[in-house]
Design a protein around this ligand. Structure first.
Ligand code: SAM
Length: 212
């Protein structure tokens, strides 16, 4: 359902006060960007931003940054953002491959990955956001005791992630194959757009939490 081409979206994003256009310039300075010392949590591949926008509304003491590579979906998040009187939610349009150029060591408090693209071909495995290559990038920016939380209905991608994360030197601290029927892990769960869509079809949702 990705809208690949929304005319004018790239320009509207560049001009929006809710997007940061040159994120590399703010490496180590994100607290200054937000104007406070609150922890910073990011969602990589946030799509239209339903999940991260809800988190920002629910948790005013946390700053959130949504990262998305496609303008066509990011513009929808910005449209919703304009209607909200909150000061703790910003967006970056970029490929997360360069994430370690944008945040300093330990600058990020938590990373969310939700329904990440599966990249089913083996030769594209490095592009999966739960590959060991991506976890090496997360290692550079996440604070020492920070965690990565990952949800997906895609069993193959989940199995891949369960293999890759320990290979990257991380530990899986929580794991379920049926989030919505796991009372403990589902507590306070905020559904993403894809999560609503796939769970409505009857797909169980996998979730893991990883730390070093
Ligand atoms: N997280 C949302 C949800 O759960 O509803 C959207 C899921 S959608 C399947 C995956 C999103 O991740 C897409 O919008 C895609 O453009 C984005 N994405 C995939 N790889 C990315 C990357 N390397 N950097 C930034 N965004 C990425």
């Amino acid at each position: 359902m990705r809208l690949r081409n929304v005319p004018g979206s790239r320009e509207a994003i560049a001009e929006s006060k809710y997007t940061i256009n040159e994120p590399q310039e703010y490496k180590g300075k994100w607290n200054e960007v937000f104007g406070n010392d609150k922890p910073i949590r990011i969602e990589i591949g946030m799509g239209k931003g339903k999940f991260i926008t809800q988190l920002a509304l629910d948790n005013p003491d946390v700053n959130y940054i949504g990262i998305e590579k496609f303008s066509s979906v990011l513009i929808r998040a910005i449209e919703k953002r304009r209607e909200l009187e909150i000061d703790n939610l910003l967006f970056i349009r970029m490929d997360a491959e360069i994430i370690a150029d944008c945040f300093a060591e330990g600058e990020i408090d938590k990373i969310y990955l939700n329904f990440s693209d599966p990249w089913p071909k083996d030769r594209h495995a490095k592009r999966r956001l739960t590959s060991k290559e991506f976890f090496a990038r997360y290692d550079k920016i996440l604070k020492k005791d920070g965690v990565v939380e990952f949800k997906t209905d895609n069993n193959l991608l989940f199995d891949f992630s369960l293999e890759q994360i320990p290979m990257a030197g991380w530990e899986i601290v929580e794991c379920t194959r049926d989030l919505h029927n796991d009372e403990k892990m589902n507590e306070g769960n905020v559904m993403t757009e894809y999560e609503e869509r796939f769970s409505a079809k009857g797909n169980p949702i996998n979730k893991l939490i990883a730390k070093r």
